[in-house]
Design a protein around this ligand. Structure first.
Ligand code: SF4
Ligand code: SF4
Length: 257
C-alpha cells in the first residue's frame, strides 16, 4: 500500500529529501486544512440548524417524518462506496451535533461500551422493533406513521443531546442504527493509511477526530483500526503537520517523498 502526500506543491524544493516535508510544505498544509475546516463548519451549521427546524415542523406536519427512512437509505447506500461518509456532514443530526452541540459538550472520552457490538446491536434491535410495531399498528394511516417517525427522531435526538452533554457530541453516532449499519456495510471502503516514516506521534490527528479515533495508532504502514466508524471527514488528514495520513484512493505521491 502507498500513501499520498496530500498537498505536495508543484514546485522545486528539497522537501522530498525530508521524510516530514519542508517548512513551506507544512505551511501549505495548514492553510488548506484551515480552509477545509471552515467550509465544513459552515455546512454543518447550516444543515444542523435546518435539522432543528425540520424536527419542529415535523410536529405540525408529520409527513415530514418520511425524510428519516430516506436518510437511512441514503446513508447506508453511500456506505457501500464511501464508508460512513454520510455521517460526516450530510447527516442532518450529525451536522447538528458537530455544528451546534459540540459548542457546549464537555469533550470527555466516549466510553468503550458505546463502541462495542452488544450495545450497538441492542439499540438497533430495540429501535427497529419499536418502529416496525408502530408502522404495523398505524397502517395505512400515512399521517400517523409520519408522526411515529417524528416522535422516534425527537426521542433519539434528545438521548443524543444528553449523551453529548455528558460525554462528547458524537457519542450518539456510535449507537445510531444508521451508523451501525453503515459501519458494517462500509467497513473496508476508503481506508485511511499512515506513512510511518512521516509520523512524529504528535497526536494532532486524534485531537481533531470527531469520533475520537486514533489514526496514528497504525503500526507501520497500514489501515487504521476501527475503520468502520471513520467518517472520512479528512480532519485528521488536514491537521497532520507532516502529511503522514491519506485515504487509499487519493492521489499517490509517495515516490516523491
Ligand atoms: S498528526 Fe497524527 S499522523 Fe500526523 S504526525 Fe501527528 S501523530 Fe503522526
Ligand atoms: S479518523 Fe480522520 S477521517 Fe476518520 S473520522 Fe477521524 S478525523 Fe475523520
Amino acid at each position: 500500500m502507498t500513501v499520498t502526500n496530500m498537498t505536495h506543491p508543484a514546485r522545486e524544493c528539497d522537501c522530498r529529501h525530508e521524510p516530514q516535508g519542508c517548512a513551506a510544505d507544512r505551511k501549505e498544509r495548514r492553510i488548506q486544512a484551515g480552509r477545509a475546516q471552515r467550509t465544513r463548519r459552515l455546512k454543518q451549521l447550516i444543515l444542523g440548524t435546518a435539522f432543528l427546524g425540520l424536527l419542529g415542523a415535523g410536529w405540525l406536519y408529520p409527513l415530514i417524518g418520511y425524510f428519516i427512512p430516506a436518510c437511512m437509505l441514503l446513508g447506508i447506500g453511500l456506505a457501500a462506496f464511501r464508508g460512513r461518509n454520510w455521517c460526516d456532514w450530510l447527516c442532518p443530526r450529525g451536522s447538528f451535533e458537530d455544528g451546534l452541540l459540540a459548542r457546549i459538550s464537555p469533550q470527555r472520552r466516549i466510553p468503550q461500551v458505546f463502541r462495542g457490538t452488544p450495545l450497538r446491536v441492542g439499540v438497533m434491535g430495540l429501535l427497529m422493533t419499536v418502529l416496525t410495531l408502530q408502522i404495523v399498528r398505524l397502517w395505512p394511516d400515512a399521517w400517523a406513521i409520519g408522526g411515529a417517525f417524528v416522535l422516534l427522531l425527537s426521542i433519539t435526538t434528545g438521548v443524543g443531546v444528553v449523551l453529548g452533554l455528558i460525554f462528547q457530541q458524537r457519542t450518539w453516532c456510535y449507537i445510531c442504527p444508521i451508523g451501525t449499519m453503515s459501519n458494517w456495510v462500509g467497513k473496508n471502503r476508503r481506508p485511511l493509511l499512515l506513512a510511518a516514516e512521516r509520523c512524529t506521534e504528535c497526536n494532532l490527528c486524534a485531537k481533531a477526530c470527531p469520533m475520537q479515533l486514533t489514526p496514528a495508532a497504525i503500526k507501520g504502514l497500514g489501515v487504521m483500526p476501527h475503520r468502520g466508524d471513520c467518517l472520512k471527514c479528512s480532519l485528521c488528514v488536514g491537521n497532520c503537520p507532516t502529511g503522514a495520513l491519506a485515504f487509499q484512493d487519493n492521489h499517490i505521491d509517495r515516490a516523491a517523498a
